[in-house]
Design a protein around this ligand. Structure first.
Ligand SMILES: O=C(O)C1=C[C@@H](OP(=O)(O)O)[C@@H](O)[C@H](O)C1
Ligand SMILES: C=C(OP(=O)(O)O)C(=O)O
Length: 447
């Protein structure tokens, strides 16, 4: 395995590309198809660690899957709200979506199931999902520390009826998505009311949108503080999965920081179900040209080549924090990223990781509660890299650290000794195994 990867600077480029399928949509669609009545064919499926964990888990649970990886297609015979196996030990790596979605879904089963992950997964809280499931009648035990995986689910009759839940805002929207997705198979459906704003809200909207495609109904008020999912199940649906908007951000960010460049992402536009498809608007505020159509997004570098610092609430796009932090390095003034406290419980403590690594590129970083301010190096990133003798970026087993910081290299690496070097680049396997091959395409399209 490659220990480190130097990233050399890019010449101006003009590229059109289509990143692989969305992780969030793949793991939702796999589960909904498994729960639905009848056979569903998913296309544009992402094959990466997070989605393989979900695929393997569904197979271990006895679902029949036909996996055609070369054509990025998976056909699943749904079991209409039942789980075929009566026992399974699931290993879910560090896939937050798989862990959270399956915790709720297995409460629909009949038998005993355990769910575990890598050591980091055991540090990612899950109590805010387990507690409401217990309130709905589930039987779940913590096998290690209270509030964290591993979990044991004992599913037996009469199981869960569903009903009404009143929740305070949670650390992760995945808990809400997980509960909503089983709603159509609860006898009384599910009604959730929040007494505050919903964290990472676009992901909840994505869940409900996809549930609708699979034939479920829902009602929600405008701020999604009250959501009602009636009972009624899912029907099979052949679903083409969009490219991953979070992973598209690195190419759009590269076009932002390499003067004279342009990047078009196909398959992702204003009608995307993914909240991160709106990241282009943040780049627009930073001075980039933005052209978003229904199914494509184009970013061009600022005409004067100068990125502007911004002040932005990223609670709706938590996975964009690292991309934005790296673009902010090239800004003409500080950038503040607000309301991103839950970055502390993702693949790594992303706030600490950003603080440690941005400094290596000459920036200064201050965090006040859930807001991070990045002050770019006064002399510019390229000059900072030159005087610092390059930067070895640690990635903390976090794919987004590797992908985001590679963009700093694309924009500012100098010759040998003043380059950005990414340590443990293979952590991109979590959601984007071919990431660095895609970067080579940017190189191939330079003037
Ligand atoms: O539901 C989803 O697919 C996701 C929700 C977000 O997590 P939080 O809701 O924990 O912020 C996001 O960070 C994650 O990558 C995917
Ligand atoms: C936070 C992420 O993943 P997870 O689904 O494991 O929460 C991510 O992909 O950035």
């Amino acid at each position: 395995m490659l220990e480190s990867l130097p990233i050399s600077r890019l010449d101006p480029f003009d590229v059109t590309l289509r990143p692989p399928g969305s992780k969030s949509l793949t793991n939702r669609a796999l589960l909904l198809a498994a729960l639905a009545k009848g056979s569903s064919k998913l296309t544009g499926v992402l094959f990466a660690d997070d989605t393989r964990r979900m695929l393997e888990a569904l197979e271990a649970l006895g679902f029949q899957l036909n996996i055609d990886e070369p054509n990025r297609a998976v056909t699943i015979r749904g079991k209409h709200g039942t789980i075929p196996s009566t026992e399974a030990e699931l290993h879910l790596g560090n896939a937050g979506t798989a862990m959270r979605f399956l915790t709720a879904a297995l409460c629909l089963g009949l038998g005993e199931y355990t769910l575990d992950g890598i050591p980091r997964m055991r540090q990612r809280p899950i109590g805010e999902l387990v507690e409401p499931l217990l309130e709905l009648g589930a039987d779940i035990e913590y096998l290690g520390e209270d509030g964290y995986p591993p979990l044991k689910i004992i599913a037996e009759p009469p199981g869960m009826n569903g009903g009404f839940l009143e929740l305070t805002p949670t650390l992760s929207s995945q808990f809400i998505s997980a509960m909503l997705m089983i709603g159509p198979y609860l006898q009384r459906g599910l009604e959730i009311e929040f007494d505050g704003p919903v964290t990472s809200l676009p992901y909840v909207k994505m869940t409900l949108n996809l549930m609708k495609q699979f034939g479920a109904e829902f009602e929600a008020d405008t701020g999604y503080r009250a959501v009602h999912v009636p009972t009624g199940g899912y029907r099979h649906y052949d679903y083409p999965i969009e490219p991953d908007a979070s992973n598209a951000s690195y190419f759009l960010a590269a076009a932002a920081v390499v003067p004279g460049s342009r990047c078009t992402v196909e398959g992702l536009g204003s009608r995307s179900l993914q909240g991160d498809a709106e990241f282009c608007d943040v780049l627009g505020r930073m001075g980039c040209g933005v052209d978003q159509k229904l199914d494509s997004t184009t970013i061009t570098a600022p005409v004067d080549g100068q990125i502007r610092g911004v002040d932005v609430d990223l609670n709706d796009m938590p996975d964009m924090a690292q991309t934005l932090a790296v673009v902010a390095l090239f800004g003409d003034r500080p950038t503040t990223i607000r309301n991103v406290g839950n970055l502390r419980v993702k693949e790594t403590d992303r706030i600490a990781a950003l603080e440690n690594e941005l400094i290596k590129l000459g920036a200064s970083v201050t965090t006040i509660e859930d807001d991070i301010t990045i002050t770019p190096p006064a002399e510019g990133v390229a000059a900072a890299l030159e005087s610092l003798g390059g930067a070895e970026i640690d990635t903390y087993d976090d794919h987004r650290m590797a992908m985001a910081f590679s963009v700093a290299g694309l924009g500012a690496s100098g010759g040998e000794g003043s380059q950005v070097v990414i340590n443990d680049p293979s952590c991109v396997e979590k959601t984007f195994p071919d990431y660095f091959e895609f970067l080579d395409r940017l190189r191939g399209s330079s003037d």
